[in-house]
Design a binder for this molecule. Structure first.
Ligand code: GLC
Length: 731
């Protein structure tokens, strides 16, 4: 190239402003994302940056706590919106305004709460945990992602992974139970399901780990309240699921409402900056929960929305969901020198990174599609049915009364028998009650004709005191060979802002059970609920109890399959059922008492009614003696423990083997036992299968201290599987 051209080119390049030169890069789909982010950021004004950190809503809104808005009121440069429509047109119209009316044409990212399905609704997450099938849960999340993305949603505010041990709290329904490891496994499975290998596909969405952190420790099960969490408990109980979710690549995290021992999670520098963005090197977006910035004022942590915004951005919160604190005060805070521009830039950087990763600059609009292309495909409904089947837990089966023998006349009694809405559970997304197969319909389809084999009476409502239906229920039961009693909770009794002072069913339902017991007919109790229940009075009245949870659209079909024996139940509890409300909190991974033989309640048992990990099958499994590849290992060694499990019954069955670790003596006291691995396999009648736990001492035997530092100490460890144990010495 001759000298003149070189000089000319250099002169031209020098003349171009950095913005102009760079401005070509953010639009270049082949340029590295980080370069595109920096280029675009360098072009933005402070006002444009602030809008990227502001989130509102658009479209009709179904969550009574939150209110929707219309396109005209929404600034073209807004960063994100919660999208309540279930079709893409409104989103595309709003996106067109963003792409064509804003100076830089930055696309909006649209979020929504698809917690356990978008339109094809799956069992509530607490139920999914009882299925112990993360790969199936991952498939369900992938379907939810596809339905959401095709409907205009790029980002789901899911999974909820708050360890919870107080079933008075309505939100236990939304998480994966009382165990940190279990919540972590399902967090990672959900992230894989939602985000896939590349978030910029037409069928993936960004995941959001929530509610960071410790929300499940809400005092007395009330919602939005104070949580007393020591640093030790923060690290050994509430943070582990988030660490597993971040390691799985979660794109976003949502800060929680709760006050963590004096510092609300939404403005918690240690949690947001030091741990999440620092130690874990999380490079995604932290969004607040609904109005959580504004709520710092009633929490007594800020005197104004401006101060709340200052504390939130400085703590590392990137997006302000609907408080309008960042919108109204952030620019002023920067101009007055209270907030360094670098901190605003870092938040905007993360938001832009998310949008590039989602492919929104290349594909800002959602292609149109028909409802039948989007929703309720047969293969997706089949996943819902399988997940529901595997999530149901057989709690009692006296004299093997189940499965029901053919030809029996069945009286389906109770307020849940023909109910559809309640089976969707809380956070039903775009789910519709008419999509749900009721227990009645499921039984009719399973048993087929003649109808004389299936009788029905409602008996009573879910609550109140009206016993006028009891007479009919008694009469119908009198004509039957067996009563299938269908009880449980309304959809609104669990989920957000749904705490209950007792976990017992309303009195009227218990009285209906007593009436049925007086008929002398055997009773199979079906429970559909969003939390563990107090069953100490009802349990003795029933011959069998099947916990069906809130199974989603599959509803009654898996129930009927289990009752008739087409399906062998395999669910195991991921959350303890207390004997009574008075025992709360009661959970498996508690610390040891100072006196193992004293300190019990004087008036009731101190044992729960059904423990974590409990669940019956129609067959029986026998565990062999566990064997280890070594019984003494070094701290950096490894060991594999194996066990053989034999199906000693007459039904093929699926068994989930839980592997627990106990560290009887440690510098920091440990729970009596901790779940560290689980595996599920089908074992045919008479067959024996092998299960293995590959132990990494630091990961599986070690513990964290109050700073998050992980240790493994020399000493003896006990590995428990089934009723068997084996000791491992770490040198
Ligand atoms: C709600 C919930 C949160 C949800 C958010 C957006 O208040 O706490 O789980 O994602 O607001 O709807």
């Amino acid at each position: 190239m001759n000298r003149t051209i070189i000089i000319g080119t250099v002169a031209l390049l020098t003349a171009l402003s950095p913005q102009t030169l760079w401005a070509q890069i953010y639009k270049d789909r082949h340029a590295p994302i980080e370069e595109r982010v920096e280029d675009l950021l360098s072009c933005m004004t402070l006002e444009e940056k602030v809008l990227q950190l502001h989130q509102r809503t658009i479209g009709k809104n179904k969550n009574s706590n939150n209110i929707g808005e219309k396109i005209k009121d929404i600034p073209a440069g807004i960063g994100s919106l919660i999208y309540y429509e279930d079709w893409p047109e409104v989103r595309n119209d709003m996106q067109k305004k963003a792409m064509e009316e804003s100076r830089l044409g930055i696309p909006i990212v649209f979020g929504y709460d698809a917690i356990h399905g978008y339109r094809t609704i799956y069992p509530i997450p607490l139920a999914q945990a009882c299925a112990w099938n993360p790969s199936l849960a991952e498939k369900a999340c992938a379907v939810s992602a596809r339905e959401a993305r095709m409907s205009g949603v790029d980002w789901t505010f899911s999974p909820m992974i708050d360890v919870a041990r107080d079933p008075r709290w309505g939100r236990v329904a939304e998480g994966y139970g009382e165990d940190p490891y279990t919540n972590g496994v399902f967090a990672a499975a959900s992230v894989r399901g939602y985000q896939g290998n590349k978030m910029d596909s037409k069928e993936n969405v960004a995941a959001c780990l929530k509610h960071y952190v410790g929300y499940g420790a809400s005092e007395a099960g009330r919602d939005y309240v104070y949580t007393e969490i020591s640093r030790q408990t923060l690290w050994d109980t509430y943070l582990p699921p988030y660490e597993m979710g971040v390691k799985a690549g979660a794109a976003t995290v949502m800060s929680a409402f709760n006050d963590i021992s004096g510092t609300p999670a939404t403005a918690h520098p240690y949690a947001l900056k030091e741990i999440l963005k620092g130690q874990w090197a999380f490079d995604g977006v932290i969004v607040s929960d609904w109005a959580a910035v504004k709520q710092l004022v009633p929490q007594g942590f800020a005197s104004s929305l401006k101060e709340a915004s200052l504390k939130s951005i400085r703590a590392g919160l990137d997006i302000d969901m609907v408080s309008e604190g960042y919108l109204n005060h952030l620019a002023e805070l920067v101009k007055e020198g209270s907030v360094p521009m670098e901190e605003v830039d870092e938040a905007v950087r993360r938001v832009l990174r998310l949008k590039f990763r989602l492919g929104l600059f290349e594909r800002p609009y959602t292609p149109e599609s028909s409802e039948s292309e989007r929703f309720l495909r047969p293969q997706d409904v089949a996943i819902a049915e399988r997940l529901a089947e595997e999530s149901m837990v057989l709690l009692k089966n006296k004299d093997n009364i189940l499965p029901l023998t053919a030809g029996k006349r069945i009286a389906l009694i109770g307020p849940m028998a023909k109910e559809q809405e309640a089976l969707l559970g809380s956070w039903k997304g775009q789910g519709k009650a008419e999509d749900v197969t009721s227990i009645w319909e499921g039984m009719r389809k399973e048993i087929g004709e003649p109808d004389s084999l299936l009788l029905y009476a409602k008996g009573c409502d879910f609550e109140k005191e009206d016993e006028s239906g009891f007479a009919e229920a008694r009469a119908v039961a009198g004509k039957a060979d067996i009563v299938v009693l269908c009880l449980g909770e309304k959809r609104s009794w669990s989920g957000e802002n749904a705490s209950r002072s007792t976990i017992a069913l309303p009195n009227i339902q218990e009285r209906l059970a007593e009436e049925m017991q007086k008929t002398g007919k055997p009773i199979v109790l079906l429970l559909s609920n969003g939390r563990p229940l107090e069953l100490c009075r009802i349990e003795p009245l029933c011959d069998a109890i099947l916990e069906i949870w809130q199974p989603g659209i599959a509803g009654g079909r898996p129930v009927a399959g289990i009752l008739t024996g087409r399906i062998n139940p395999s669910g195991k509890l991921a959350m303890t059922f207390p004997y009574s409300t008075g025992q709360i909190p009661v959970y498996y991974n508690r610390r040891g008492s100072a006196r193992r033989h004293q300190g019990f309640y004087q008036d009731i048992t101190s044992n729960p009614l059904y423990s974590f990990g409990y669940g019956l099958s129609y067959t029986t499994f026998e565990y062999g003696t566990p064997r280890a590849t070594a019984t003494t290992i070094g701290k950096d060694g490894t060991v594999t423990v194996g066990v053989e499990v034999t199906n000693t019954g007459q039904y093929d069955g699926t068994e989930t083997v839980h592997w627990y670790v106990s560290d009887p003596y440690c510098s920091i006291t440990r729970p009596l036992k901790e779940l560290k691995y689980f595996e599920k396999q089908l074992i045919k009648a008479g067959e024996t299968r092998k299960f293995h736990f590959h132990i990494d001492p630091l990961r599986d035997l070690g513990y964290v201290d109050g700073s998050g530092k992980r240790f493994v100490e020399s000493g003896e460890y006990v590995i428990s599987v089934g009723k068997e144990q084996i000791k491992i010495e770490v040198k």
